[in-house]
Write a protein of this length. Structure first.
Length: 139
C-alpha cells in the first residue's frame, strides 16, 4: 500500500456532494516548503493535493473552510494531462482515509485537533496535551 500524508492549508471551502447515494467531501490542500537554492536564495515550492473524503461524518464539512490547517492521509493518485498552454502537466489526488483539523484559518479559532478516522481524542496543538474523549464533538 502506498500512503500519502500532508499537513497544509485548505485552498478554498470544501464542496460536499452525493454520488450514487454516498457522500464525498472534496477539498484542496496546499503545502508550501521553503528552502535555499544552490546560490543561497530563499525559494518556496507549493504542492497542491486534491482530496476526496468519502464519509458519513458530514458534519466536518462546516469546518473545512479556506485557510484551515489540516492533516490528511490516504491513498495517492496522479494524473497526467495537457494544460491550456498545451504543456504537459500533472495533478496529485488523494482518497482520504484519515483527516484531522489542526486549526489556523481566518475564523480566529484556537488550534484544536479533531481526528476524523473514528478516534474520539482531541488534542490542543499549542500545548501538545491530549484530553479525555469528548461526547460533544461535532463529527
Amino acid at each position: 500500500m502506498i500512503k500519502l500524508q500532508i499537513v497544509g492549508n485548505l485552498g478554498g471551502d470544501c464542496i460536499q456532494k452525493e454520488v450514487n447515494g454516498k457522500t464525498v467531501i472534496n477539498f484542496n490542500v496546499a503545502h508550501t516548503e521553503k528552502f535555499k537554492d544552490a546560490q543561497g536564495n530563499l525559494k518556496e515550492k507549493t504542492t497542491w493535493v486534491n482530496c476526496a473524503y468519502w464519509t458519513d461524518r458530514t458534519a466536518v464539512a462546516q469546518y473545512l473552510k479556506k485557510g484551515k490547517q489540516v492533516y490528511a492521509e490516504g491513498s495517492p493518485e496522479a494524473d497526467a494531462y495537457t494544460n491550456k498552454e498545451n504543456q504537459p502537466a500533472a495533478t496529485l489526488r488523494m482518497r482520504v482515509q484519515n483527516l484531522q483539523l489542526l486549526g489556523g484559518g481566518t475564523d480566529g479559532e484556537q488550534n484544536h485537533s479533531a481526528p476524523m478516522s473514528g478516534s474520539t481524542q482531541t488534542s490542543n496543538v499549542d500545548k501538545h496535551e491530549v484530553s479525555e474523549p469528548a461526547d460533544d464533538l461535532p463529527f
